[in-house]
Design a protein around this ligand. Structure first.
Ligand code: SF4
Length: 182
C-alpha cells in the first residue's frame, strides 16, 4: 500500500489545545470536599460567605462525598488518630484531584509539638497549595485559590506525599522537621 504519512505534528497541536481547554474548564469547576477538623473551620466558613464570593472561582459548591469532589480542602489540625481517615478520603477521590492545606496546623503542625499531631499533611498525602496562617484570612484563601487555578490550567499537580521538602521556604522549620521525621 502506498500513500503519504499523516502529519503527526498537527495532532500534537490539537491535543495541546484540547488540554488547554480542559485546564481552563477545570479551573472554574472546583468541587471541593471540606475535611474540617478544628478552629480554621470558622475562617473557612467566613470565606465561603457572600462577602468573598468564591463562586467567582467556580468553587462555591462543596460536595460531601469524596467521589464527587476534585479538590480536598484540609482545614485544621490533623491528629495521628484521624490521619488514616484523611488518607482514605483522598484515596476515594478520582483523578484528576488536588489538595489544599488550609491553616498552618495543616501545613506544618503549627504551634503543636507533641506526639498526637501530624507535622504537616504532606507527610501523608500530596499537597498542591499551602495556605498558612492561624487562621488564614479569607484574602489568603482567595490567593491560594488563584494559585490552585494556575496549577490546574498549566497541568501541574502534586502526586506524591513529598513531606517538608516540598513546602514553600517560609514553611520550612528545620529543627522541628528533624524532630518529627526520624
Ligand atoms: S492554624 Fe490556628 S486556627 Fe487553624 S486549626 Fe491551627 S490553631 Fe486553629
Amino acid at each position: 500500500m502506498s500513500g503519504t504519512k499523516p502529519d503527526l505534528s498537527k495532532l500534537d497541536w490539537m491535543t495541546t489545545r484540547i488540554d488547554a481547554a480542559l485546564g481552563w474548564a477545570r479551573k472554574f469547576s472546583l468541587f471541593q470536599y471540606p475535611f474540617v477538623t478544628a478552629c480554621c473551620g470558622m475562617e473557612y466558613m467566613a470565606t465561603a460567605c457572600s462577602h468573598y464570593d468564591v463562586d467567582r472561582f467556580g468553587a462555591g459548591f462543596p460536595r460531601f462525598s469524596p467521589r464527587q469532589a476534585d479538590v480536598l480542602f484540609v482545614v485544621g489540625t490533623v491528629s495521628h488518630k484521624i490521619a488514616p481517615m484523611l488518607k482514605r478520603v483522598y484515596d476515594q477521590m478520582v483523578e484528576p484531584k488536588w489538595v489544599v492545606a488550609f491553616g498552618v496546623c495543616t501545613c506544618t503542625g503549627g504551634f503543636y509539638d507533641n506526639y498526637a499531631t501530624v507535622m504537616g499533611i504532606d507527610t501523608i498525602i500530596p499537597v498542591d497549595v499551602y495556605i498558612p496562617g492561624c487562621p488564614p484570612r479569607p484574602e489568603n484563601v482567595l490567593d491560594g485559590l488563584i494559585k490552585l487555578q494556575e496549577k490546574i490550567q498549566s497541568g501541574v499537580k502534586a502526586t506524591l506525599p513529598l513531606g517538608p521538602s516540598a513546602r514553600p521556604a517560609e514553611l520550612q522549620t528545620p529543627h522541628r522537621i528533624e524532630a518529627h521525621t526520624s
